[in-house]
Design a protein around this ligand. Structure first.
Ligand code: TYD
Length: 209
């Protein structure tokens, strides 16, 4: 079973990923948590390039680098883990490319889908959670607004509020148009209420398998 978490920076995905992992492990499932870009040596090196680079990166190049990191992660880590019966939880996946590079940067969505389909060899998540939150609230948590910096923003976080607004809208369009299981979670609700929603959705899916 393959579960992905999506949402703009500062939407609170990582807290909920930790809760879901704990809950699944209590139920004796084997769980592997990964993050994108990353999860193996090659993809972590691409991550450093993408997030720490002081150079301007062309949007097409940015898309291909994120997707190259994804291809390596799918083939070397995700598919083998799924074959062994683990539940794989990934912090970001294809929808991040569609939302950030497509709706955010303005690259053609159809091309992004074709490139990602090639990179992942068609691996689609069973469940996707999109954490939706107003950009202003997310900015306070993620620190990508200069006045509220918790730590210095990475290259993506420096893209500005307009970019994140387009990205957020993009995520909502993805959810509207999807023909797979995508659940939009109101990410500024209470942490415990979100935890219960996420666990109950995963529980129903497991029971239906
Ligand atoms: P990260 O620090 O992991 O962000 P978060 O904790 O919010 O998930 O950084 C990943 C950044 O890369 C984040 O700004 C989203 C961006 N990204 C894309 O633009 N496209 C992609 O395909 C992926 C996977 C991430």
């Amino acid at each position: 079973m393959f579960i992905t978490f999506e949402g703009i920076d500062g939407s609170g995905k990582s807290t909920q990923i930790t809760f879901l992992k704990e809950w699944l492990e209590e139920k004796k499932h084997k769980v592997l948590v990964l993050r994108e870009p990353g999860g193996n040596i090659v993809s972590e090196q691409i991550r450093t390039l993408l997030l720490d680079s002081k150079e301007e990166i062309d949007p097409r190049s940015e898309l291909l680098l994120f997707t190259a990191a994804r291809a390596q992660l799918v083939s070397k880590v995700i598919r083998p883990a799924l074959i062994q019966g683990s539940i794989v939880i990934c912090d970001r996946y294809i929808d991040s490319s569609v939302a950030y590079q497509g709706y955010g940067r303005g690259l053609p969505i159809d091309d992004i889908q074709v490139i990602n389909d090639f990179a992942t060899n068609g691996l689609v998540p069973d469940i996707t959670f999109i954490f939706d939150i107003p950009v202003e609230d997310a900015a306070l948590r993620a620190g990508f607004r200069s006045t509220n910096k918790k730590s210095s923003p990475d290259r993506m976080e420096q893209s500005g509020e307009d970019f994140f607004k387009k990205t957020r809208e993009g995520y909502l369009k993805i959810a509207e148009e999807a023909n797979r299981k995508i659940f939009v979670i109101q990410a500024n609700e209470e942490v415990e209420s979100i935890r219960l929603q996420v666990c109950s959705i995963v529980d129903s899916f497991i029971n239906s398998m």
